[in-house]
Design a protein around this ligand. Sequence first.
Ligand code: FE2
Length: 269
Amino acid sequence: MTNESMLPIGQRRDVLQTIGGLTGLALVGSTATVGADDDDSDDSGLVHDATENGRYALPELPYKYGALEPHIDERIMELHHSKHHQGYVDGANSALDAFEEMRSTDEFEDIKAIKRDFSFNFSGHVNHTIFWQNMSPDGGGEPDGEFASALEDQFGSFEAFRNEFSAAAENVESNGWAMLFYEPIADLLVIGQVESQNGLAHQGAIPILTLDVWEHAYYLQYENERASYIKEWWNVVDWTDVCRRYEFLTQTQADEVSEDSADGDETDD
Ligand SMILES: [Fe+2]
């Protein structure tokens, strides 16, 4: 793997800016959007579907609510997507409206509360958008290709990675998430615990696999047995989606390093 920390400061900054600018592409994924069609696909094979007319929009699921049974119950999926995720979308959009109102009236007394609202709800929207796309009725098994090699390099084996990720998920305090991030500065995969929707942040790292362990994600079916839910969830993980995210981010990074090196050679001449 390329280690960006060894690059000159200017080149490292350019790489990080590019990765940051493409984060949205990597986040929104490939489901059909509200009112969008296949022509919205870009060169990455991903589709912008989490926004609409300058506001956030609830993305459609790439499968039916009951498609992940018996591992995740249809009613859980319906409530989770149509009520909980919709709530985060509405909350984020309400915060954007409140920002506009504050600016138009030049009154910022509520700015702290609204900033907190936006951080929570926007993060909830992003987390769930990735979560839906990380799952498939045809999921399960193990990844392959470059992503599988990266897991083996960093964790020793897929099994070791899965054990660590499961432990992270089981031990999230109260409601939150386990996530696998791609961290572009050191070109690493990082397992994180996210409390609530936005706690314990990993600034600059991009989630490529997210597991919701809020009680609303499993309680109707698994009651207080979070570990049982996590064990079943591995059967619906869509490794094709996760691998695509990883390869898109690492390839983008590699292309930028190559271009920067070429630019540097031209300048030297
Ligand atoms: Fe959730």
